[in-house]
Design a protein around this ligand. Structure first.
Ligand SMILES: NC(=O)C1=CN([C@@H]2O[C@H](COP(=O)(O)OP(=O)(O)OC[C@H]3O[C@@H](n4cnc5c(N)ncnc54)[C@H](OP(=O)(O)O)[C@@H]3O)[C@@H](O)[C@H]2O)C=CC1
Ligand SMILES: CC(=O)[C@@H](O)[C@H](O)COP(=O)(O)O
Ligand SMILES: [Mn+2]
Length: 407
């Protein structure tokens, strides 16, 4: 039994729904809060979390009269308490408080922490058997199949919030799982889609942060530029929908209007389209199994005029090839892929490595991991977190030599 519902088989919930937003101060958090704001009286906020943005978190907590807020950064707890003084809103600090936020009863939870740091809180929500809108792809890539197995066991309902996976989720309801032959996830191609490899190699942070279509957090925007985001999404699709690497294609589509397509055995291809606005897939998850009003701009195809498609270039964007390698290798390789990328992106932001070195560090870490004989099946979240920890250390130790070597 899959934790992603393939048909709208859940009864519609009436009355006020309680919701929790992990990563409330981020880009996905912002879109989610905007949807909640647009439906006064329909939702009650149970818990909100952030890493260090005290001001943003306290403002949201007061606006939505949250019951509980948690901040990960222990140095900011005093400020948070001051900011909430007199409000009656409970607050906590550290990873344990983020996990507590996820554990508190709520009908619906948005998992939008950035990075594998979101894994333990997402698992705490999974174990409650609740409905989870999953934006945090890194937690799936880190945990591998284990996350979805645990969700199925706990009776949790995982609603894919990432735009491409939400598109697949919507398109999949046109057929049965055994009639599906392939899924296609689209990629904008990022800001370097048309750039020569030599220019991509030395792209600056400011250039990498200029996504052509989407306004998103810093880490995912850099991932889009390297196409690591698409690599993470290939692995995310494999985990969410129990697909093999051969059943997942990536198609570059610079307009980001078609988000995902599903091919069925009769060769029908069902696609989901929409303007590039995350409030649409999040609204689909929030309303599910019904449809609620979404605030995104209406799709005007006549105005857009042309939708174009290209094959991905695995040579200029090796991050995508590495994702398929990791998926085929299994045994913790996707955990290593994600962990090394998180180290590489942080190093690029800190100007320790060039843009082109991001994928080289991921590849060197994956190779080093295999050579050291570290591949082994992941049997638990602790296994995944141990691999994540050790792979980060390996990536950090390889960093100086990767930084020193120009392509
Ligand atoms: N943005 C988008 O359009 C899309 C995002 N996603 C995925 O959703 C997730 C969130 O992305 P996005 O909203 O862009 O990211 P942002 O960087 O904008 O926001 C991340 C959120 O997580 C919090 N956070 C960061 N690190 C930690 C930590 N260690 N512990 C607890 N909280 C933490 C941040 O708090 P603070 O503000 O205090 O730093 C913030 O609330 C990512 O996994 C991304 O890949 C998927 C599809 C689209
Ligand atoms: C909005 C969303 O889902 C992002 O993951 C988006 O897909 C990023 O764009 P790229 O297609 O450039 O990676
Ligand atoms: Mn996406």
């Amino acid at each position: 039994m899959s934790a992603v519902p393939l048909k709208n088989d859940k009864p519609v919930e009436a009355g006020v729904r309680t919701v929790t937003v992990l990563g409330a101060t981020g880009s996905i958090g912002d879109s989610t809060m905007d949807l909640l704001r647009g439906a006064p009286g329909r939702y009650r906020v149970e818990a909100l979390t952030a890493n260090s943005n005290v001001e943003g978190l306290a403002k949201l907590a007061r606006e939505f009269d949250a019951r509980f807020v948690a901040i990960a950064d222990i140095a900011r707890f005093g400020e948070l308490k001051d900011a909430l003084a007199g409000s009656g809103i409970e607050c906590g600090v550290g990873e344990s408080a983020i996990i507590e936020a996820a554990s508190r009863p709520a009908d619906w939870l948005m998992a939008a922490v950035s990075g594998a740091a979101g894994l333990k809180p997402a698992l705490a929500a999974v174990d409650r058997g609740t409905t989870i809108a999953l934006a945090n792809k890194e937690c799936l890539v880190c945990a591998g199949d284990f996350f979805m197995q645990r969700a199925a066991k706990a009776g949790a309902c995982i609603l894919p919030a990432d735009s491409e996976h939400n598109a697949l989720f919507q398109a999949l309801s046109s057929g049965n799982r055994d009639e599906l032959t392939r899924v296609i996830i689209t990629a904008s191609g990022g800001p370097f889609r048309t750039w020569a490899a030599a220019d991509i190699e030395k792209a600056t942070l400011a250039q990498a942060l200029k996504h052509p279509n989407w306004s998103m957090g810093q880490k995912i925007t850099i991932d889009s530029a390297s196409m690591m985001n698409k690599g993470l999404e290939v692995i995310e699709a494999a985990c969410l929908f129990a697909l093999t690497p051969d059943e997942i294609d990536v198609l570059v589509h610079p307009q980001s209007i078609v988000h995902g397509m599903v091919e069925f055995s009769d060769r029908s291809v069902v696609a989901q389209l929409g303007t590039p606005d995350m409030r649409t897939p999040i609204a689909h998850c929030l309303g599910w199994p019904e449809r609620i009003a979404g605030p995104a701009a209406k799709l005007d195809l006549a105005k857009i005029g042309q939708l174009t498609f290209e094959a991905p270039d695995f040579a200029r964007f090796p991050a995508l090839r590495l994702a398929y390698d990791a998926l085929r290798t299994g045994n913790g390789a996707t955990t290593v892929y994600n962990a090394a990328n998180e180290i590489a992106v942080a190093a690029f932001i800190a100007e320790k490595i060039r843009f082109g070195a991001i994928a080289r560090l991921v590849e060197a870490t994956m190779n080093g991991w295999v050579r050291a004989g570290n591949l082994a099946p992941l049997a638990s979240a602790d296994d995944a977190l141990a691999v994540d920890h050790n792979a980060r250390n390996m990536a950090a130790s390889l960093l100086p030599q990767i930084a020193a070597k120009a392509s």
